[in-house]
Design a binder for this molecule. Structure first.
Ligand code: TXA
Ligand code: MG
Length: 321
C-alpha cells in the first residue's frame, strides 16, 4: 500500500519524487492523475509503461500558474485569454501550439500540447512545489475505468507508482472537456467536466469531430472507458435478453423498472447531471466488483454534463457490442 494522506509534508515528498523522475498519483477535481515531470521524457515514458498506454496517445500538462503556461506554449489570441480567465483553474483542457521545451513524447509528436490548470488544492500545491508542469493522464490502466478515489488507483496500479496522494473523492468525476483552438476555429475533442454550452457562450458553436477508429485525438478511440464486465444501455429489451443473468442496473434518478436486479445504483436522486457525473465511475467500479454478468445503464439527456456521461458510456458499451 503506498497511499498517503495529502498533507503538506507528503505533498513535499511527492514533489521530490516528481523532480527525481518518479511517478505520483494525485487528486484533481476531475479524476486522479498519474503524474510525472512533464519536461523529462524518461519520466513521461514511465507513464506509458505503467498505464500500458499506446505511445501515440498524447498527454495533458498540468500547470499551477500562468508563468508556467507561457513556458510551454505561445499563442496570440484574446479568445484563449478569455477562456483561461473564465474557466481556469477548472476542468477545461486547451490544445495549444507547443514550444520546443515540451518533449515530443508528451505530445506524441504533435506540434500542439494539451494544457490545463486543475481546480484542486492538492494538485496545484504539488505542481507548484515540483516547479514543473506535470504530465498526467487519468491514473488507470489503458481503456479501464478512470479512478475517482485513491483506492481505485491502488487497485489498478498499486506498487507501480511511487506514491498515491489521497485527497478524497474527486468532485467532478469525469475528465476535463478538451478543445482545440487554432486559426481554423475551435473544435471539441472530448466532452467533459465543463458543459460545452458554457464554453460556446465565448466561442460560438464548437466544431465536433465524430468518433473513428483512427482518431486524431485518441480520446476519440471508439472505446476507452470500460468496466471489465459487459455493459449495455438499459431498456426493456436489454433486460429481457439478459433475464437469466446477474444484472446490475444504473438509473439516472430513480428505479423506473419493476425488476429484480442483482444490484441497483441511482446516479442522482435530485436529477442533477453534475452529481450524476461525479458518481458515474464510482458506481461502475462498485458494480464491477460485484461478480455481475452485465451492467445495464439508463441513458441520460445529452445536455450539460450529460454529454460527457453519454460519451463515456457509449465508448464503454461499444467495446462489448
Ligand atoms: O481531467 C482530465 O483531463 C484528467 C486529469 C488527470 O487531469 N486527465 C485525462 O488525461 O483525462 P488523459 O490522458 O486520460 O486524456 C487526455 C486526452 C487524450 O484523449 C489525448 O488524446 C488528448 O487529451 N490530447 C492530449 N494532447 C493532445 C493534443 N496535442 N492534441 C489533441 N488531443 C490531445
Ligand atoms: Mg484517461
Amino acid at each position: 500500500m503506498n497511499i498517503v494522506n495529502a498533507t503538506k509534508t507528503n505533498i513535499s515528498l511527492a514533489a521530490k519524487i516528481i523532480k527525481s523522475g518518479g511517478l505520483v498519483a494525485f487528486p484533481t477535481e476531475t479524476v486522479y492523475g498519474l503524474g510525472a515531470d512533464g519536461l523529462n521524457p524518461i519520466a513521461v515514458a514511465k507513464i506509458f509503461e505503467v498505464k500500458k498506454r499506446p505511445q501515440f496517445n498524447p498527454l495533458i500538462l498540468h500547470i499551477s500558474d500562468l508563468k508556467m503556461l507561457y513556458k510551454i506554449t505561445n499563442y496570440n489570441s484574446k479568445l484563449i485569454d478569455r477562456l483561461i480567465k473564465e474557466f481556469w483553474p477548472g476542468p477545461l483542457t486547451l490544445v495549444l501550439p507547443k514550444k520546443d521545451i515540451v518533449p515530443n513524447i508528451v505530445t506524441a509528436g504533435n506540434p500542439t500540447v494539451a494544457i490545463r490548470m486543475p481546480d484542486h488544492k492538492v494538485a496545484l500545491e504539488l505542481i507548484k512545489k515540483s516547479g514543473v508542469p506535470i504530465a498526467a493522464p487519468s491514473a488507470n490502466v489503458f481503456s479501464k475505468l478512470s479512478p475517482t478515489t485513491a483506492q481505485h488507483v491502488e487497485n489498478q496500479l498499486g506498487e507501480k507508482v511511487n506514491l498515491i496522494l489521497d485527497g478524497g473523492k474527486c468532485r467532478v468525476g469525469v475528465e476535463s472537456t478538451i478543445i482545440k483552438i487554432d486559426n481554423k476555429g475551435v473544435e471539441l475533442l472530448r466532452p467533459g467536466g465543463i458543459p460545452i454550452e458554457e464554453i460556446e457562450i465565448y466561442t460560438g458553436k464548437l466544431k465536433r469531430r465524430t468518433t473513428s477508429n483512427k482518431p486524431a485525438a485518441p480520446g476519440q478511440l471508439p472505446y476507452h472507458y470500460a468496466p471489465s464486465i459487459p455493459i449495455a444501455f438499459l431498456s426493456r429489451n436489454s433486460i429481457f435478453k439478459n433475464k437469466k443473468k446477474k444484472v446490475g442496473a444504473i438509473f439516472f434518478s430513480e428505479k423506473k423498472i419493476n425488476y429484480e436486479f442483482a444490484s441497483v445504483k441511482i446516479l442522482s436522486e435530485k436529477k442533477d447531471l453534475r452529481e450524476a457525473a461525479a458518481n458515474l465511475f464510482q458506481y461502475l467500479h462498485e458494480l464491477e466488483n460485484q461478480k455481475l454478468d452485465i451492467i445495464l445503464v439508463e441513458k441520460v439527456q445529452e445536455k450539460g454534463l450529460g454529454l460527457a456521461i453519454m460519451d463515456r458510456l457509449k465508448k464503454a458499451i461499444r467495446k462489448y457490442k
